[in-house]
Design a protein around this ligand. Structure first.
Ligand SMILES: *[C@@H]1O[C@H](CO)[C@@H](O)[C@H](O)[C@H]1NC(C)=O
Ligand SMILES: *[C@@H]1O[C@H](CO)[C@@H](O)[C@H](O)[C@H]1NC(C)=O
Length: 293
Protein backbone atom coordinates (compact mmCIF):
# COMPACT_ATOMS: atom_id res chain seq x y z
CA UNK A 1 0.00 0.00 0.00
CA UNK A 2 2.83 2.37 0.89
CA UNK A 3 4.41 1.61 -2.42
CA UNK A 4 1.20 2.42 -4.24
CA UNK A 5 0.88 5.74 -2.38
CA UNK A 6 4.45 6.65 -3.31
CA UNK A 7 3.84 5.99 -6.95
CA UNK A 8 0.88 8.34 -6.80
CA UNK A 9 2.79 11.52 -6.09
CA UNK A 10 1.28 14.46 -8.05
CA UNK A 11 4.01 14.16 -10.65
CA UNK A 12 3.46 10.46 -11.21
CA UNK A 13 -0.25 11.03 -11.06
CA UNK A 14 -0.25 13.20 -14.17
CA UNK A 15 1.85 10.52 -15.89
CA UNK A 16 -0.63 7.87 -14.83
CA UNK A 17 -3.49 9.98 -16.06
CA UNK A 18 -1.99 10.73 -19.45
CA UNK A 19 -1.14 7.06 -19.88
CA UNK A 20 -4.69 6.26 -18.96
CA UNK A 21 -6.12 8.63 -21.54
CA UNK A 22 -3.79 7.21 -24.13
CA UNK A 23 -5.11 3.71 -23.39
CA UNK A 24 -8.63 5.03 -23.57
CA UNK A 25 -7.98 6.49 -27.02
CA UNK A 26 -6.50 3.26 -28.19
CA UNK A 27 -9.51 1.38 -26.88
CA UNK A 28 -12.09 3.57 -28.58
CA UNK A 29 -10.10 4.23 -31.76
CA UNK A 30 -11.20 1.07 -33.63
CA UNK A 31 -14.86 2.02 -33.42
CA UNK A 32 -14.15 5.57 -34.59
CA UNK A 33 -11.70 4.90 -37.38
CA UNK A 34 -12.79 1.56 -38.81
CA UNK A 35 -15.00 3.20 -41.42
CA UNK A 36 -12.19 5.27 -42.91
CA UNK A 37 -9.33 2.80 -42.53
CA UNK A 38 -11.23 -0.30 -43.62
CA UNK A 39 -8.57 -1.16 -46.21
CA UNK A 40 -5.79 -1.22 -43.58
CA UNK A 41 -7.48 -3.75 -41.31
CA UNK A 42 -5.20 -6.70 -40.62
CA UNK A 43 -6.76 -9.99 -41.76
CA UNK A 44 -3.92 -12.51 -41.47
CA UNK A 45 -0.19 -12.96 -41.92
CA UNK A 46 2.07 -15.96 -42.35
CA UNK A 47 5.81 -16.65 -42.58
CA UNK A 48 7.88 -19.55 -43.92
CA UNK A 49 10.03 -21.72 -41.64
CA UNK A 50 13.17 -21.11 -43.73
CA UNK A 51 15.28 -18.17 -42.66
CA UNK A 52 17.93 -16.18 -44.51
CA UNK A 53 20.97 -14.55 -42.94
CA UNK A 54 21.16 -10.78 -42.50
CA UNK A 55 23.11 -8.94 -45.20
CA UNK A 56 22.86 -11.95 -47.53
CA UNK A 57 22.25 -11.61 -51.29
CA UNK A 58 18.71 -12.84 -50.71
CA UNK A 59 18.04 -9.97 -48.32
CA UNK A 60 18.99 -7.35 -50.90
CA UNK A 61 17.00 -9.16 -53.62
CA UNK A 62 14.01 -9.29 -51.29
CA UNK A 63 14.34 -5.59 -50.51
CA UNK A 64 14.34 -4.65 -54.18
CA UNK A 65 11.40 -6.98 -54.76
CA UNK A 66 9.39 -5.30 -51.98
CA UNK A 67 10.28 -1.87 -53.36
CA UNK A 68 9.02 -2.98 -56.79
CA UNK A 69 5.73 -4.10 -55.28
CA UNK A 70 5.17 -0.72 -53.64
CA UNK A 71 6.09 1.22 -56.81
CA UNK A 72 4.01 -0.97 -59.07
CA UNK A 73 0.90 -0.57 -56.88
CA UNK A 74 0.73 3.11 -57.90
CA UNK A 75 -0.38 2.11 -61.43
CA UNK A 76 -1.64 -1.48 -61.26
CA UNK A 77 -3.91 -3.50 -58.98
CA UNK A 78 -1.90 -6.71 -59.52
CA UNK A 79 1.69 -7.47 -60.47
CA UNK A 80 4.37 -10.08 -59.96
CA UNK A 81 8.14 -9.74 -59.82
CA UNK A 82 11.11 -12.09 -59.83
CA UNK A 83 14.51 -10.77 -58.75
CA UNK A 84 17.09 -13.28 -59.97
CA UNK A 85 19.96 -14.20 -57.71
CA UNK A 86 23.18 -15.97 -58.62
CA UNK A 87 21.63 -19.19 -57.32
CA UNK A 88 17.98 -20.21 -57.34
CA UNK A 89 17.83 -20.08 -53.54
CA UNK A 90 18.73 -16.37 -53.76
CA UNK A 91 15.94 -15.60 -56.21
CA UNK A 92 13.12 -13.59 -54.67
CA UNK A 93 9.63 -13.89 -56.13
CA UNK A 94 6.63 -11.92 -55.06
CA UNK A 95 3.29 -10.43 -55.96
CA UNK A 96 0.64 -8.08 -54.69
CA UNK A 97 -3.09 -7.99 -55.32
CA UNK A 98 -5.32 -5.08 -54.41
CA UNK A 99 -9.03 -5.50 -53.87
CA UNK A 100 -10.72 -4.77 -57.20
CA UNK A 101 -12.73 -1.79 -55.94
CA UNK A 102 -9.75 0.22 -54.64
CA UNK A 103 -8.56 3.32 -56.44
CA UNK A 104 -4.88 3.47 -57.40
CA UNK A 105 -3.81 5.79 -54.59
CA UNK A 106 -5.60 3.56 -52.06
CA UNK A 107 -4.01 0.45 -53.57
CA UNK A 108 -0.53 1.97 -53.30
CA UNK A 109 -1.16 3.07 -49.71
CA UNK A 110 -2.40 -0.40 -48.77
CA UNK A 111 0.54 -2.24 -50.37
CA UNK A 112 3.04 0.15 -48.76
CA UNK A 113 1.44 -0.55 -45.39
CA UNK A 114 1.47 -4.31 -45.96
CA UNK A 115 5.16 -4.21 -46.92
CA UNK A 116 6.02 -2.19 -43.83
CA UNK A 117 4.14 -4.64 -41.59
CA UNK A 118 5.45 -7.88 -43.06
CA UNK A 119 9.07 -7.17 -42.05
CA UNK A 120 8.42 -7.07 -38.28
CA UNK A 121 5.91 -9.93 -38.65
CA UNK A 122 8.32 -12.25 -40.52
CA UNK A 123 11.85 -11.28 -39.46
CA UNK A 124 14.45 -12.89 -41.79
CA UNK A 125 12.13 -15.56 -43.14
CA UNK A 126 12.51 -16.47 -46.82
CA UNK A 127 8.78 -16.33 -47.37
CA UNK A 128 6.02 -14.14 -46.03
CA UNK A 129 2.41 -13.30 -46.80
CA UNK A 130 0.14 -10.60 -45.42
CA UNK A 131 -3.52 -9.95 -46.10
CA UNK A 132 -5.02 -6.59 -45.16
CA UNK A 133 -8.69 -5.92 -45.93
CA UNK A 134 -7.71 -4.01 -49.09
CA UNK A 135 -4.66 -5.84 -50.39
CA UNK A 136 -2.50 -8.95 -50.27
CA UNK A 137 1.26 -9.41 -50.63
CA UNK A 138 3.33 -12.59 -50.77
CA UNK A 139 6.99 -13.37 -51.43
CA UNK A 140 9.25 -16.41 -51.26
CA UNK A 141 12.39 -17.93 -52.78
CA UNK A 142 10.25 -20.92 -53.75
CA UNK A 143 8.26 -20.65 -56.95
CA UNK A 144 4.55 -20.08 -56.26
CA UNK A 145 3.61 -17.68 -59.06
CA UNK A 146 0.88 -18.94 -61.34
CA UNK A 147 0.04 -21.91 -59.13
CA UNK A 148 -3.49 -22.36 -57.90
CA UNK A 149 -3.49 -23.05 -54.16
CA UNK A 150 -6.72 -23.70 -52.31
CA UNK A 151 -5.24 -24.25 -48.84
CA UNK A 152 -7.46 -22.64 -46.20
CA UNK A 153 -5.36 -19.93 -44.54
CA UNK A 154 -8.09 -18.21 -42.54
CA UNK A 155 -11.60 -19.27 -41.71
CA UNK A 156 -13.76 -17.14 -39.47
CA UNK A 157 -17.47 -17.64 -38.88
CA UNK A 158 -19.56 -15.15 -36.90
CA UNK A 159 -22.00 -16.09 -34.16
CA UNK A 160 -24.82 -18.28 -35.40
CA UNK A 161 -28.09 -16.56 -36.21
CA UNK A 162 -29.93 -19.73 -35.36
CA UNK A 163 -32.45 -21.15 -37.76
CA UNK A 164 -33.50 -18.20 -39.88
CA UNK A 165 -34.64 -19.52 -43.25
CA UNK A 166 -35.15 -16.11 -44.81
CA UNK A 167 -31.74 -14.78 -43.77
CA UNK A 168 -29.92 -17.92 -44.90
CA UNK A 169 -31.68 -18.10 -48.25
CA UNK A 170 -30.83 -14.45 -48.94
CA UNK A 171 -27.22 -15.21 -47.96
CA UNK A 172 -27.17 -18.20 -50.29
CA UNK A 173 -28.61 -16.09 -53.11
CA UNK A 174 -25.84 -13.51 -52.66
CA UNK A 175 -23.18 -16.26 -52.66
CA UNK A 176 -24.68 -17.79 -55.82
CA UNK A 177 -24.51 -14.34 -57.40
CA UNK A 178 -20.82 -14.16 -56.48
CA UNK A 179 -20.19 -17.56 -57.99
CA UNK A 180 -21.69 -16.60 -61.35
CA UNK A 181 -20.27 -13.06 -61.21
CA UNK A 182 -17.08 -13.85 -63.12
CA UNK A 183 -13.99 -11.69 -62.96
CA UNK A 184 -11.23 -11.52 -60.37
CA UNK A 185 -13.16 -9.19 -58.08
CA UNK A 186 -16.79 -9.88 -57.31
CA UNK A 187 -19.11 -8.01 -54.98
CA UNK A 188 -22.84 -7.91 -54.59
CA UNK A 189 -25.76 -8.16 -52.25
CA UNK A 190 -29.14 -6.85 -51.30
CA UNK A 191 -29.88 -4.77 -48.25
CA UNK A 192 -28.00 -5.97 -45.22
CA UNK A 193 -26.66 -9.10 -46.94
CA UNK A 194 -23.41 -8.38 -48.76
CA UNK A 195 -20.80 -10.65 -50.30
CA UNK A 196 -17.37 -10.23 -51.83
CA UNK A 197 -14.80 -12.39 -53.59
CA UNK A 198 -11.29 -11.77 -54.93
CA UNK A 199 -8.70 -13.88 -56.76
CA UNK A 200 -4.98 -13.21 -56.95
CA UNK A 201 -4.16 -12.08 -60.49
CA UNK A 202 -1.72 -14.90 -61.26
CA UNK A 203 -4.58 -17.40 -61.59
CA UNK A 204 -6.20 -18.05 -64.96
CA UNK A 205 -9.89 -17.20 -65.35
CA UNK A 206 -10.92 -20.84 -64.89
CA UNK A 207 -8.59 -21.35 -61.89
CA UNK A 208 -10.13 -18.23 -60.33
CA UNK A 209 -13.63 -19.61 -60.87
CA UNK A 210 -12.61 -22.93 -59.34
CA UNK A 211 -10.94 -21.25 -56.34
CA UNK A 212 -13.86 -18.89 -55.60
CA UNK A 213 -16.26 -21.82 -56.01
CA UNK A 214 -14.35 -23.79 -53.40
CA UNK A 215 -14.30 -20.83 -50.99
CA UNK A 216 -18.06 -20.26 -51.40
CA UNK A 217 -18.83 -23.96 -50.93
CA UNK A 218 -16.82 -23.99 -47.72
CA UNK A 219 -18.52 -20.80 -46.46
CA UNK A 220 -21.95 -22.39 -46.86
CA UNK A 221 -20.79 -25.66 -45.39
CA UNK A 222 -18.54 -24.53 -42.52
CA UNK A 223 -20.22 -21.29 -41.47
CA UNK A 224 -23.77 -22.71 -41.52
CA UNK A 225 -26.09 -19.98 -40.26
CA UNK A 226 -23.40 -17.58 -39.06
CA UNK A 227 -24.03 -13.82 -39.19
CA UNK A 228 -20.82 -13.36 -41.21
CA UNK A 229 -18.21 -15.62 -42.76
CA UNK A 230 -14.64 -15.19 -44.02
CA UNK A 231 -12.98 -17.90 -46.10
CA UNK A 232 -9.46 -17.03 -47.19
CA UNK A 233 -7.70 -19.61 -49.36
CA UNK A 234 -4.08 -19.10 -50.43
CA UNK A 235 -5.01 -17.64 -53.86
CA UNK A 236 -8.57 -16.36 -53.42
CA UNK A 237 -11.22 -15.53 -50.87
CA UNK A 238 -14.93 -15.14 -50.37
CA UNK A 239 -16.68 -13.42 -47.48
CA UNK A 240 -20.18 -12.36 -46.56
CA UNK A 241 -21.98 -10.33 -43.95
CA UNK A 242 -25.71 -10.49 -43.18
CA UNK A 243 -26.15 -7.60 -40.78
CA UNK A 244 -25.01 -4.67 -42.89
CA UNK A 245 -21.85 -4.49 -40.80
CA UNK A 246 -18.37 -4.68 -42.20
CA UNK A 247 -16.80 -7.93 -43.26
CA UNK A 248 -14.09 -8.07 -40.66
CA UNK A 249 -14.72 -9.97 -37.46
CA UNK A 250 -12.98 -7.31 -35.41
CA UNK A 251 -15.25 -4.50 -36.53
CA UNK A 252 -18.27 -6.70 -35.92
CA UNK A 253 -17.64 -6.38 -32.20
CA UNK A 254 -18.28 -2.66 -32.34
CA UNK A 255 -20.03 -1.98 -35.61
CA UNK A 256 -23.01 -4.29 -35.72
CA UNK A 257 -25.18 -1.21 -35.44
CA UNK A 258 -24.99 2.28 -34.02
CA UNK A 259 -26.89 1.27 -30.87
CA UNK A 260 -24.19 -1.30 -30.12
CA UNK A 261 -21.47 1.22 -30.73
CA UNK A 262 -23.06 3.70 -28.35
CA UNK A 263 -23.43 1.08 -25.62
CA UNK A 264 -19.76 0.27 -26.02
CA UNK A 265 -18.81 3.95 -25.70
CA UNK A 266 -20.99 4.35 -22.58
CA UNK A 267 -19.42 1.30 -20.92
CA UNK A 268 -15.93 2.65 -21.64
CA UNK A 269 -17.01 6.03 -20.27
CA UNK A 270 -18.35 4.50 -17.04
CA UNK A 271 -15.19 2.43 -16.57
CA UNK A 272 -13.14 5.59 -17.08
CA UNK A 273 -15.19 7.44 -14.45
CA UNK A 274 -14.75 4.63 -11.90
CA UNK A 275 -10.99 4.40 -12.46
CA UNK A 276 -10.62 8.18 -12.22
CA UNK A 277 -12.60 8.19 -8.97
CA UNK A 278 -10.38 5.46 -7.47
CA UNK A 279 -7.20 7.29 -8.51
CA UNK A 280 -8.58 10.52 -7.03
CA UNK A 281 -9.50 8.81 -3.70
CA UNK A 282 -6.06 7.18 -3.44
CA UNK A 283 -4.48 10.55 -4.18
CA UNK A 284 -6.55 12.24 -1.45
CA UNK A 285 -5.59 9.51 1.01
CA UNK A 286 -1.94 10.06 0.15
CA UNK A 287 -2.21 13.81 0.70
CA UNK A 288 -4.12 13.38 4.01
CA UNK A 289 -1.76 10.81 5.52
CA UNK A 290 1.26 12.90 4.55
CA UNK A 291 -0.45 16.02 6.00
CA UNK A 292 -1.19 14.13 9.25
CA UNK A 293 2.50 13.29 9.88
C1 LIG B 1 15.28 -20.80 -49.99
O1 LIG B 1 16.31 -20.31 -49.15
C2 LIG B 1 16.66 -21.15 -48.08
C3 LIG B 1 17.66 -20.43 -47.19
O2 LIG B 1 18.72 -19.90 -47.92
C4 LIG B 1 17.23 -22.47 -48.64
O3 LIG B 1 17.52 -23.34 -47.59
C5 LIG B 1 16.19 -23.09 -49.56
O4 LIG B 1 16.73 -24.22 -50.19
C6 LIG B 1 15.76 -22.08 -50.64
N1 LIG B 1 14.70 -22.67 -51.45
C7 LIG B 1 14.80 -22.77 -52.75
C8 LIG B 1 13.64 -23.38 -53.47
O5 LIG B 1 15.77 -22.38 -53.39
C1 LIG C 1 4.22 -11.99 -64.12
O1 LIG C 1 4.49 -10.72 -64.69
C2 LIG C 1 4.84 -10.78 -66.06
C3 LIG C 1 5.24 -9.37 -66.49
O2 LIG C 1 4.33 -8.43 -65.99
C4 LIG C 1 3.69 -11.35 -66.86
O3 LIG C 1 4.04 -11.42 -68.24
C5 LIG C 1 3.36 -12.75 -66.35
O4 LIG C 1 2.26 -13.27 -67.01
C6 LIG C 1 3.12 -12.71 -64.87
N1 LIG C 1 3.01 -14.05 -64.36
C7 LIG C 1 1.99 -14.44 -63.61
C8 LIG C 1 2.02 -15.84 -63.16
O5 LIG C 1 1.09 -13.69 -63.30
Amino acid sequence: MAKLRNSLSPNNLTKTLSFFFFSLLAATAPSLSSATSATDTFVYGGCSQQKFSPASPYESNLNSLLTSLVNSATYSSYNNFTVMGSSSSDTARGLFQCRGDLSMPDCATCVARAVSQVGPLCPYTCGGALQLAGCYIKYDNISFLGQEDKTVVLKKCGPSEGYNTDGISRRDAVLTGLLSGGGYFRAGGSGDVQGMGQCVGDLTVSECQDCVGTAIGRLKNDCGTAVFGDMFLAKCYARYSTDGGQYNAKSHKYKTNYGGERTFAIIIGLLAAVVLLIIFLLFLRGVCSRGGK
